[in-house]
Structure formats: C-alpha cells, structure tokens
Design a protein around this ligand. Structure first.
Ligand code: OAD
Length: 261
C-alpha cells in the first residue's frame, strides 16, 4: 500500500500517465524477483558481495564464458546455486501485474535481465530476456537444445545426450556477447517507440538497460522508476517510486483499474 501522501500522489501521477498511453516498455532487473525471495546481484544480500568464492576466484570469473570452457564444473556449481534459489521461489505480484497489463495495452514489452523465467511463467508473452533463461540448456558443440523445469535430475556438469559435449544454460555469461536475435527484437521495438517507460528493480549499470530510459527522457516520453534505492537513472525519470516492485505495481494497477473506464 502507498506509504504516505507523497507516494499516493506519485502513484496517481503514474496512473494518469498510463491512461494516456497505448504502448508501454518495462525494463526489469533482479529487484523484481527480490519480492519472490531471490537474492539480487548487488546491494544487501547480493550474490556479488563476496569478493572471492570458496573456489578462490571472483564470482564474475566463475560465471564467465572463459571459465565454462575450461572448468565447466566450476561455472555449473554457481549456476546451480542460482537455479536452486529460483526452484524454491515463484513469480510474484509484480510479474503478474506486468502480464495483466500486457493484455490491456495495445503494445507492451518487457526487457528483462532476469534469468529466472518468472515473467513468462506469470503469463507475459512479449518478453526480451536479454540475458537468457536458466531453464533453457544448449549443447556447447552440436545443435541440441532442451528446456528443463529445474536442475534436480542433471549430472553436474551435464553432458549432451547426442554428442557428449558439455551442456550449458542459454544465458549470457561474463565476457560474452548479447544474443543477436534478442537485440534485433529490442531495437525493432525501441525504433517503433513507446508512450511510457518503466524501470523496475535494476541498478541500470548496463548501457542497453539505461539507454532506453535516457532516450525516452530526452524525447519527453514519460519515465518511471520503481526502486527502493537511487540508481544512475534516478535523476532522469519523471516519477520515482522508492518502493518495492510488488506492492508498487499492485497499487498502480489497482488504482488504474478503479479509475479507468
Ligand atoms: P542488481 O543486483 O545490480 O540491482 C538490483 C536492484 O534492485 C537494486 O537497484 C536494488 O536497489 C533494487 N531492489 C532490491 N530489492 C527490490 C525490490 N523488492 N523491488 C524493487 N527493487 C529492488 O541487479 P540487476 O540490475 O538486475 O547479469 O543486475 C543486472 C545484471 O548484473 C544481472 O542480470 C546479471 C548481473 O551481472 C548477468 O548475469 C549477465
């Protein structure tokens, strides 16, 4: 629920802007899934807070394209820990609201950095999961591809049933390029343009995450940030809601539906 008068006013402003919009872009990060109990990457309880893993190398090295090639068991160990956290969790009200909004607006897309698959599980279809999905595995050598519900039945590291090479999740590891076909969809949709842009639960460190907000702000397109903390895009947005994603989106959507014919 809105915390105070200022928050209520900010929610009302967001609802007014939404009423004038037919196309909406959501940009999401780990903070959205924090409301499902998943750890974020940075900040309090963040996965990257440990400088060195118990294996003696930094986590961004363990989760890198180079290390999965040379020591796959190491990368898989930390990928499995991330998957384990998702396995015990479920999508939350923030994912649900975004999926419901997709059915209401003419065009709504979600650009997410999350690899948990929660946006799609909540029913969203127009999802650009730019960093991939942990539940999609592919062979590092042949064209084998498989969707898995979780990693519980996988040998670690798993091997391809066709050619015996190492399997890997179809996610972007450190030092790897973003998938071309997803970038293509992103640029196609950005080129078409949006009436409103939301940034929810991300520290916006990556240029392709911050730039759509920067571009919208430059063009006078309304922008909203939902994040308890300030980030490098906070000063640009029209409305800042220093709230958790699930209660904030629930309040916005409830108010919108109460007041929009
Ligand atoms: P970060 O961990 O960098 O940032 C999470 C953001 O969520 C922070 O700004 C928090 O203030 C905010 N936050 C925390 N709890 C929240 C809540 N309940 N509601 C709303 N916001 C909340 O995560 P990302 O920005 O997603 O990439 O990180 C981007 C990428 O960095 C990840 O996709 C990952 C990592 O390297 C890859 O693995 C390729």
């Amino acid at each position: 629920m809105p915390a105070d008068q200022n928050t209520e006013e900010a929610i009302e402003r967001v609802v007014e802007l939404l009423r004038k919009s037919r196309s909406v872009l959501f940009i999401t990060g780990a903070g959205v899934s924090a409301d499902s109990g998943l750890p974020t990457y940075r900040g309090i309880g963040g996965l990257y807070n440990v400088e060195t893993t118990e294996d003696g190398i930094p986590i961004d090295e363990a989760l890198s394209g180079d290390v999965i090639e040379t020591r796959p068991e190491l990368t898989w160990k930390y990928l499995a820990q991330i998957e384990q956290a998702c396995r015990d969790a479920k999508y939350n009200r923030a994912h649900e609201v975004i999926a419901q909004m997709e059915g209401h607006f003419d065009r709504l897309w979600t650009l997410t950095q999350n690899v948990d698959g929660f946006h799609r599980q909540a029913g969203a279809r127009n999802v650009i999961d730019i960093h991939g999905d942990l539940h999609h595995l592919r062979c590092t050598d042949c064209s084998f591809w498989q969707a898995v519900e979780d990693y519980s039945s996988l040998a670690m590291p798993p091997h391809c049933p066709h050619c015996d090479a190492i399997l890997r999740p179809d996610v972007v590891l450190f030092g790897e390029l973003l998938p071309k076909e997803k970038l293509h969809v992103l640029y196609r949709e950005l080129y078409e343009g949006f009436d409103m842009v939301f940034s929810v639960g991300t520290s916006s460190l990556f240029p392709y995450i911050a730039e759509p907000v920067q571009m919208a702000a430059q063009r006078g397109i309304p922008t909203v940030e939902i994040n308890p903390d300030t980030t490098r895009i906070s000063h640009l947005v029209d409305v800042r809601l220093p709230l958790r994603a699930a209660p904030a989106l629930d309040a916005i959507w409830q108010r919108y539906r109460e007041t929009t014919p």
